[in-house]
Design a protein around this ligand. Structure first.
Ligand code: FUB
Length: 384
């Protein structure tokens, strides 16, 4: 962690001006996946920890070992830590790096979906089950067959079908699965096997789940995001193309797929008529936050919409020590009704206020600068 580069930053001032404060301060938490079960809010989070693992662009320093999940009576209430819900040592197939989880409910049982590296250093996604939304969870002996990569987001549609959206580039290994099997060549190189800039972008994946929610009911399909000309986004379009952190929600009968653009640090979204897409690119939800990664969840609670996200403000810029926050969002119906292709359906000025302040702290910040420097080993502070 190159401390000297963050020394000029007044994090107290930055944090005071932030639109939201960390929900949880006694441990570091990240990658919120959030659901409302029986009228209560549950946050399924990564549990960030300090390690001695050197930074790299594979994210090896994100070496999380367990999960804690949180419950809230309302988005403005306290986030209660319900203790350790699952440890990596209790997952037979998993060796390390418990990254962003998600969960769902069916017939009174709770299903946790967890990505972790297996004993061959390959990211897989497994399931663990509990009678309680906060665990403890019991892991299935094997990962989901034909699962790969990271960041599962499980979406329950109105017809009671369940879909998993997943995938992540670089350390998330999605680029290693282009031919249906793991490409192990150049294991230390996060950029190996990526498409060229003028080729179609790698897509997140979607697969319907079996009735017991334990396996894929089909081979995973591409979540294609198309541009204003109905052409798939290109790999070089890194301010819009998918990188990681899938989330799905439904609004007025349409499917909203949202995701992180990774090395340009935006949360963007795209809209489709059905859960498989294609999804038309529609705009940004969240500008870059403090820290390299950005990851979010969108929920409806008591008729209002909320964005859960994380940043590294509490740790004063340490990119792998993050904290979950929440803020209200609104749909900008005016903007979307004026345009045949909506560009900004969400109104999230609060995020822009944060971003403006952030730009003043880091004067060279701009989306273009962010995209020019794509190294994951730097935190946001060191990028500028
Ligand atoms: O927490 C580890 C990784 O960082 C997640 O899987 C990504 O979405 C990013 O937030």
């Amino acid at each position: 962690m190159p401390e000297e580069i963050t020394q000029h930053i007044n994090f107290d001032e930055l944090n005071q001006n932030a639109i939201s404060q960390p929900l949880i301060k006694h441990i570091y938490t990240a990658d919120p996946a959030v659901h409302v079960f029986n009228g209560k809010i549950y946050i399924y989070a990564s549990h960030d920890i300090e390690t001695n693992i050197p930074f790299d662009d594979l994210g090896s320093h994100f070496a999380m070992e367990d999960y804690h999940f949180f419950s809230m009576d309302s988005p403005t209430g306290e986030a209660k830590d319900n203790g350790v819900a699952l440890r990596v040592n209790d997952v037979p197939w998993a060796a390390k790096q418990m990254w962003a989880p998600d969960a769902t409910e069916k017939n009174g049982k709770y299903y946790l979906y967890l990505p972790a590296k297996d004993h061959d250093d390959i990211f897989r996604i497994g399931v663990a089950i509990s009678d309680s939304p906060v665990g403890p969870f019991t892991a299935q002996p094997h990962a989901i067959k034909k699962s790969f990569s990271i960041d599962p987001a499980v979406f329950k549609d109105d017809d009671e079908s369940y879909y998993m959206y997943f995938g992540g580039l670089w350390g998330g290994q999605l680029q290693r699965w282009q031919n249906g099997k793991f490409n192990a060549e150049q294991p230390e190189n996060p950029f190996a096997h990526l498409p060229k800039d003028d080729e179609p972008a790698l897509c997140a994946k979607v697969a319907k789940l079996t009735d017991d929610l334990l396996e894929f009911a089909e081979d995973a399909k591409d979540v294609v995001i198309i541009d204003e000309n109905n052409k798939p986004l290109l790999q070089g379009d890194n301010e819009r193309r998918f990188f990681e952190a899938s989330w799905m929600h439904k609004y007025k009968g349409k499917y909203y797929f949202s995701y992180s653009t990774g090395d340009t640090h935006f949360i963007c979204y795209a809209i489709a008529e059905n859960p498989y897409g294609p999804f038309k690119y529609a705009g940004r939800i969240l500008n870059p936050v403090v820290g390299w990664t950005t990851h979010h969840a969108i929920i409806k609670f008591n008729s209002e919409w909320y964005l859960f996200y994380h940043d590294s403000s509490l740790s004063k810029g340490v990119t792998h020590l993050r904290s979950i926050k929440v803020t209200k969002i609104e749909y900008d119906e005016m903007a979307s009704s004026k345009q045949s292709t909506p560009t900004t359906t969400f109104q999230y000025e609060a995020s822009n206020a944060d971003y403006d302040f952030f730009c003043r702290m880091f004067p060279n910040t701009s989306a273009n600068k962010a995209s020019a420097n794509n190294s994951r080993q730097h935190d946001t502070a060191t990028r500028h």
